[in-house]
Design a protein around this ligand. Structure first.
Ligand code: MN
Length: 251
């Protein structure tokens, strides 16, 4: 008797399981297929949200009805060259915003003293929220009382690349490791530079250092010497009093 029972069970159970498997699997797939077909609008919304998400911190800090700064969007990548921009920013404290394009946004650091061409000088660079690439052409004033209120000058711009020639992968790796070695091709800043992240708790702090090469210079104080916009040739005062409207497509 017990032998009979167990043999019955042995036959029955796998058959049941198999049947379950057969009826269950196609039903699941079908429902997934239907769901996919049903929601093209939802998909587009999700896609847009994912695109904006990298700049959520940037957008949250700004009221775009009050500031002429661009809203944060991640554009489709156009060319191969990655751009950098440095903006002189007279906010509550004067500083230089050092921005490097990577993965559709501008990785950004606030450098209180600005860059130095002297390889023995390490400049503090406080990491801030990623900025949109459209910010690269922003020069003008941010209204007082708004986030970063004050005058912004395009102090330098150009392209940059990973020093080891490894492209965006290498840059991403260097950024994550906290040791970002780059070659800059700007009007004022050129050659080899490094950003090194300090091991400190809290908001990430880095050091911006010029490597010793043909562009290094221990005598020239570039921040003191270059006091006009690299694009419009205006001084900070001229930008502050100017009434020019910002055009995002200015080249
Ligand atoms: Mn700033």
């Amino acid at each position: 008797m017990p032998a009979k029972k167990s043999s019955k069970r042995a036959v029955k159970t796998p058959a049941k399981k198999a049947a379950k498997r057969i009826t269950k699997a196609p039903a699941k797939k079908a429902s997934k297929r239907v769901a996919k077909k049903k929601t093209p609008a939802k998909k587009a919304v999700k896609k847009a949200a994912a695109k904006a998400a990298p700049l959520a911190a940037y957008n949250a800090k700004r009221d775009f009805k009050r500031t002429r700064e661009p809203a944060g969007k991640v554009p489709k990548r156009k060319g191969k060259a990655l751009h950098f921009v440095i903006q002189k920013h007279a906010a509550s404290h004067l500083h230089f915003d050092f921005r490097l394009e990577l993965d559709g946004v501008m990785k950004s650091w606030a450098v209180p003293k600005g860059p130095s061409l002297d390889p023995s000088v390490k400049r503090l660079a406080m990491e801030v929220e990623d900025h949109p690439i459209a910010y690269n052409t922003f020069e003008g004033t941010i209204p007082e009382g708004e986030y970063g209120g004050g005058t912004v000058m395009l102090w330098d711009r150009g392209t940059y690349e990973a020093e080891d020639g490894g492209g965006a992968d290498s840059l991403r790796e260097g950024y994550e490791r906290g040791d970002l070695k780059i070659l800059m091709h700007g009007k004022r800043l050129n050659g080899s530079w490094v950003l090194v992240r300090m091991k400190r708790p809290g908001r990430p702090q880095w050091l911006l250092i010029k490597h010793d090469d043909d562009y290094a210079n221990t005598k020239k104080d570039i921040v003191e010497k270059e006091v006009t916009s690299v694009v419009t040739k205006r001084t900070m005062d001229q930008i502050a009093t100017g009434r020019r409207v910002w055009h995002s497509n200015r080249s």
